[in-house]
Design a protein around this ligand. Structure first.
Ligand code: ADP
Length: 242
């Protein structure tokens, strides 16, 4: 079973068709770039994949076992019993999907540790030592160890996005969806984020990135899904991966 499958998905906002009859399937560990001009439907596609938005028609299927019981995730205290393949609520599946946006959406009145820890705090009460054990390797991986006690406003945009990425990865999701993740970054910070996203994919997570910048497709080639006016124009390897 695919990790996520869309079947004939159409999304209409009032009189505007944001997605039109899109069928796609995603497997674990894929590197996928969703490309297209502004207004093409990229964000809508990611919101549908994130189960944050219901299609007007068509189906979205997520393999709940594969998504919730990530084999790479460290054992969680107080984790729920294994879900039955059917009848898993979308709200539970959604919590296991990592999301990264263009805006960093950090809580300004919480320090960096708490901003990342907030994602660990689902499904059970963890003590601070357990959370620290999980978060420290992530902070190391994102190159932001040592800033835990600072607040978002103390950090550069690039650092903030790396905190947001650590938060998105705190539950070791099998799926990471990134919508224009470098939209607010300078070129060097943007390159760092892409390198980190690539590394996350190398460790087995499906990474889907929406971008209107062709530069990233050239630099990080892979499967490219092109959308235009809500229509799926092409889907396949591009660049060096072709
Ligand atoms: P992209 O991410 O490629 O810029 P979007 O998915 O944001 O494209 O938008 C696709 C189309 O759907 C656009 O015409 C946009 O105006 C419309 N749209 C997106 N979200 C909404 C919404 N919440 N309400 C109304 N129209 C929307």
């Amino acid at each position: 079973m695919a990790l996520i499958r869309l079947e004939h998905v159409t999304k209409v906002y009032r009189d505007r068709i944001a997605l039109s009859d899109v069928s796609l399937s995603f497997e674990a560990g894929e590197w996928v770039l969703v490309a297209g001009p502004s207004g093409a439907g990229k964000s809508t596609l990611l919101r549908v994949l994130a189960l944050a938005e219901k299609p007007t028609s068509g189906r979205v299927e997520v393999d709940p076992i594969a998504v919730i019981e990530a084999p790479s995730a460290p054992a969680e205290p107080a984790s729920p019993p294994p879900p039955h393949r059917r009848r898993v609520p979308a709200s539970l599946v959604r919590r296991h999907i990592g999301i990264l946006g263009q805006e960093f959406r950090l809580l300004p009145d919480r320090n960096i540790f708490e901003n990342v820890a907030i994602s660990c705090n689902i499904g059970g009460i963890w003590d601070r030592a357990q959370i620290r054990e999980r978060i420290n390797p992530l902070l190391d991986q994102m190159g932001i160890r040592g800033v835990e006690a600072l607040f978002p406003n103390d950090l550069s945009a690039g650092q903030k996005q790396r905190v947001a990425l650590a938060r998105a990865m705190a539950r070791h999701p099998r799926i990471l969806l990134a919508d224009e993740p470098t939209g607010n970054l300078d070129p060097s910070s943007a390159a760092q984020i892409f390198a980190l996203l690539r590394e996350i994919r190398e460790r087995g997570t499906l990474v889907v990135i929406a971008t209107h910048a062709e530069e990233w497709i050239r630099r990080y080639p892979g499967r490219v899904i092109r959308v235009e006016r809500g229509l799926l124009r092409s889907d396949g390897p591009e660049g060096a991966a072709a």
